[in-house]
Design a protein around this ligand. Structure first.
Ligand SMILES: [Ca+2]
Ligand SMILES: [Ca+2]
Length: 234
């Protein structure tokens, strides 16, 4: 009897110990996950803040935030040979190219950001013609690759960039190539509905730049998205 009682107690004890271990592992996983998520969110915010400063410098010289497409960037800078290569990552690519231009006191793109391979990519693998660079009125740095780069968030997805001029005019038409290979559409109608402040009806000033966040789902600045403007309450 004594041996059976002792064995039963050991079994229960073992189960309790296993239970405690599982609980601790669970707590650790959850808290470490939280730490990583916070770190990535902070990185995304830091990249947005850097770009906001770069955009402000561009705006002070060109009188507007960088255009939301290559064609409009060509119009602004009178770069006639700057044509849209494909219909993906247009806003982000136009932003990068505008900020890399040496005209008007540029380049404005932070060189640490541009030199960081984890934060720059070309997910849609597009390039523009070498002769367009050579003759380009954008005056790009000599080392310029023909890649049409995008700025990436900590989860490897391109940031989404729209110029508010295009939002107001209803001419936003962009597609975003995500790290998993899927492509999401950015429509003028959704921008007009979702980028507008729910109470004041105002759009963010000049431009809207956001990350789709950790969940990889575009929520136009809501949900877990990380935004260049103060996030709306509702
Ligand atoms: Ca690209
Ligand atoms: Ca999201």
């Amino acid at each position: 009897m004594a041996r059976r009682g002792s064995r039963g107690f050991t079994l229960i004890e073992l189960m309790i110990v296993i239970g405690i271990i599982l609980l601790l592992v669970g707590v650790l996983v959850v808290s470490f996950g939280g730490v990583f998520a916070k770190r990535d969110n902070a990185r995304a915010t830091a990249t947005i803040e850097t770009l906001k400063a770069n955009i402000a410098s561009f705006e002070s010289r060109w009188g507007q935030a960088p255009p939301g497409s290559l064609r409009e960037l060509g119009d602004l800078t009178r770069t006639l040979n700057l044509l849209e290569v494909n219909d993906t990552n247009r806003g982000n690519e136009a932003l990068v190219l505008a900020l890399r231009s040496r005209r008007e006191g540029g380049p404005y793109l932070d060189q640490n950001l541009f030199g960081d391979a984890s934060r720059m990519g070309n997910l849609d693998n597009d390039t523009f013609l070498a002769d367009a660079i050579a003759s380009s009125a954008l005056d790009l740095p000599d080392t310029a690759s023909t890649d049409l780069f995008e700025v990436l968030d900590p989860w490897g997805n391109p940031f989404i960039y729209v110029n508010i001029i295009d939002v107001r005019a209803g001419t936003v038409a962009d597609k975003i190539t995500l790290i998993d290979g899927s492509v999401i559409e950015i429509t003028a109608q959704d921008c007009q509905e979702k980028l507008r402040h729910p109470v004041t009806g105002d759009y963010p000033q000049g431009f809207a730049l956001w990350s789709v966040g950790e969940n990889g789902i575009n929520e136009y600045g809501r949900g877990d998205d990380i935004t260049s403007w103060p996030k709306y309450e509702s």
